[in-house]
Design a protein around this ligand. Structure first.
Ligand code: MN
Length: 135
């Protein structure tokens, strides 16, 4: 056996996240699937995006949410949410709480020019505040 985790924590880039987010790699994609532990500071969240292979989110700490065009789900420790392939969504922390989730995806073969994650526009501040009213 071998230890395959990489110790390095990286900061989520500003073009993909609003607020301060830190990512710890847990399982690298070379294993055939990838797992990251994503730490959101209060109010921090992703931009809109979708995953070519879908994504499983499993909340380990704090309180947050996952949002699609027509649904808002709370994320609390123990909650697991499946976001299907190519469904636009965003996820992040409640305004007054940290939130950590494991983000897990299978590695799929991508067509030419297709990205594993399609990153899109930032979440509008008013839309964030509207969504958190529902959790
Ligand atoms: Mn996602």
């Amino acid at each position: 056996m071998e230890k395959i985790s990489k110790a390095t924590t990286s900061k989520g880039p500003a073009e993909r996240f609003t607020g301060d987010v830190y990512v710890d790699p847990v399982v690298p994609g070379e294993a055939g699937f990838s797992v990251g532990s994503v730490h959101f500071t209060p109010g921090a969240h992703t931009a809109w995006h979708s995953h070519a292979a879908g994504q499983v989110l499993h909340c380990t700490e704090g309180r947050g949410l996952v949002v699609t065009a027509d649904e808002v789900l709370v994320l609390e420790p123990g909650d697991t949410v499946w976001t299907p392939p190519d469904v636009r969504h965003w996820h992040g922390a409640a305004p007054d709480r940290f939130m950590t989730h494991l983000a897990m995806s299978g590695v799929v073969e991508l067509a030419d020019g297709q990205e594993a994650v399609s990153w899109q526009e930032h979440v509008d501040d008013d839309a964030y505040l509207e969504a958190v009213k529902e959790i």
